[in-house]
Design a binder for this molecule. Structure first.
Ligand SMILES: [Zn+2]
Length: 315
């Protein structure tokens, strides 16, 4: 529905608080809605550049213009809206998801859309899967939207564990471990990547389901506990040290299988073959270790060579 138009850069009568990681378009749409304005016109007023790509209007926004109409400081907006904080970064439209609807209830103006951080999949306060396609996926999202996962507390627990991984080991190390775990998981199951436990979870959350698309967020939500469990081993300095020892990597794989069975997984063993994500993981660790050893104890030949050169000069 289109409302009144706005042409001047002035503070709007009704202001809204931007939600953390909200998209600029979502914030502008909510602002336009509560002020009974036309959304496109408000966006054009704030934009400094407008062009069309594949029949879709694109805009580049100016933070000063946005601050003027929103009634917030530039600092407040930059803290909340990632597109302003990282203007050089290209934010993908199809990675945008809806914020937790229960958290968003207190925000006026309609649905809040966000750019999630890579390890943000579940609202732990409300046990809502936010509709992402799981760790490290860049596929198009089919059926976007939140899923209530409160009947399966292990999914919420996995998100808490995932946050801990990031806190303990840093975002890059956690991302690498989760990515390897997700690849390993994909190799461990049928072509749909789902085992018996995952199908049981699907039937709890969506009764009567007999098939599921790989682009459905539910397909990722039900694998999340096992992926994060594996990532816990892969990110652990203890298990990394074990796997870096020649011929000792099997102990780390045995530990992953033990934890999978302890968690009730029944699909079989995760046992790496030659070209397998876990094999590459262990090889990478051994290589890192060799490089470290080399840097700490470099070979003595340069000194011997210098001594020979010295002798030659003396003669
Ligand atoms: Zn929530």
């Amino acid at each position: 529905m289109s409302g009144r138009t706005v042409t001047a850069l002035r503070r709007l009568p009704i202001t809204l608080t931007p939600v953390t990681r909200e998209t600029i378009r979502s914030f502008l749409r909510r602002l336009a809605t509560v002020n009974h304005l036309d959304e496109e016109d408000l966006a054009d007023t704030v934009a400094v550049e407008r062009w069309t790509s594949v029949a879709v209007a694109k805009r580049r926004f100016d933070v000063g213009n946005l601050a003027a109409v929103a009634g917030h400081s530039i600092e407040t907006l930059t803290r909340a809206l990632p597109e302003l904080a990282e203007p050089q970064k290209k934010f993908s439209e199809h990675r945008v998801i809806q914020a937790c609807p229960r958290c968003g209830r207190r925000h006026r103006g309609g649905t809040v859309l966000i750019h999630p951080v890579p390890h943000q999949h579940v609202c732990v306060r409300h046990s809502i899967w936010l509709g992402t396609l799981g760790p490290d996926s860049s596929s198009w999202i089919q059926h976007p939207g939140p899923i209530d996962v409160s009947p399966l507390p292990e999914i919420r627990a996995a998100q808490r564990r995932h946050h801990r991984l990031v806190r303990r080991h840093g975002a890059a190390a956690a991302k690498s471990a989760v990515s390897t775990a997700a690849d390993t998981w994909e190799r461990s199951n049928n072509s749909d990547g789902l085992g018996l436990t995952q199908w049981e979870r699907i039937r709890v959350l969506r009764p009567g389901t007999t098939s599921i698309s790989q682009h459905d967020p539910l397909a990722f939500a039900v694998c999340y506990p096992e992926i994060i469990m594996m990532a816990g081993v892969l990110a652990s300095p203890y298990w990394q040290a074990v796997a870096a020892e020649p011929f000792a990597d099997r102990a780390a794989f045995t530990e992953i299988n033990r934890r999978l069975r302890e968690g009730g997984e029944r699909f079989g063993n995760v046992w790496p073959t030659k070209r397998h994500p876990l094999t590459y993981w262990a090889e990478g660790l051994r290589l890192d270790r060799q490089r470290r050893d080399y840097a700490q104890n470099p070979p003595s030949w340069p000194r011997a060579s210098a001594a020979r050169t010295g002798s030659a000069v003396a003669l």
